[in-house]
Ligand binder design. Structure first.
Ligand SMILES: C[S@@+](CC[C@H](N)C(=O)[O-])C[C@H]1O[C@@H](n2cnc3c(N)ncnc32)[C@H](O)[C@@H]1O
Length: 170
């Protein structure tokens, strides 16, 4: 089977900004991960979300998990995603749901997060880290922005090590 591992960030952004991004929602529901709302519920309980906690949702897509946990667990959420079309739609749906006092989606790269150190009680991300090219930078950033004693939850498929770049492939 042919495996394509030389994708670029612009490929990921192009995928989610175009028709495939809409089809993905149709297939997966607005919560774009396996198990939809039920999985979010299980994760939120497992990690002990409490009212007032500040959660960073890395690769927040259309923002449905953020709205779910803000509404049902009383947390504040910052969503981070580098696809503008998804961020705009996430903020639009959040305003429509009346949750924009608790949630904000911002543009940024998970490998270089635009937040000071020790900002969040929880770093959360569902089924997205497989897209992020440099896992070492991603994980270093996730720990940098976590408060001491904070929690990280990220169910996702990860290959060990760095994804090969075109120059490192034989
Ligand atoms: C499968 S979706 C995430 C689904 C979302 N977590 C949910 O559960 O609804 C993947 C998202 O990751 C984002 N993404 C991928 N690589 C990124 C990166 N390096 N920085 C920020 N966002 C990224 C894409 O723009 C896309 O919105």
């Amino acid at each position: 089977m042919l495996r394509r591992t030389d994708f670029k960030e612009s490929d990921v952004q192009g995928f989610y900004s175009g028709p495939a991004g809409s089809l993905w929602e149709l297939c997966m529901t607005e919560e774009i991960h396996s198990g939809g709302k039920a999985t979010t519920e299980v994760l939120a309980r497992a990690i002990g979300l409490k009212p007032g906690m500040h959660v960073l949702d890395v690769c927040s897509a259309l923002g449905a998990p953020a709205r779910h946990i803000a509404r049902d667990f009383g947390v504040r959420v910052t969503g981070l995603d580098f696809t503008d079309a998804y961020n705009e739609e996430a903020n639009r749906r959040t305003r429509a749901a009346g949750l924009d006092k608790s949630i904000l989606f911002v543009r940024g790269n998970a490998m270089d997060m635009p937040f000071p150190a020790e900002t969040f009680d929880v770093v959360w991300s569902q089924e997205a880290w497989c897209h992020v090219l440099d896992k070492d930078k991603l994980i270093a950033e996730a720990f940098r922005v976590l408060k001491p004693g904070g929690r990280l939850v990220s169910p996702t498929g990860l290959s060990p090590g760095r994804l090969p770049t075109p120059s490192s492939r034989r």
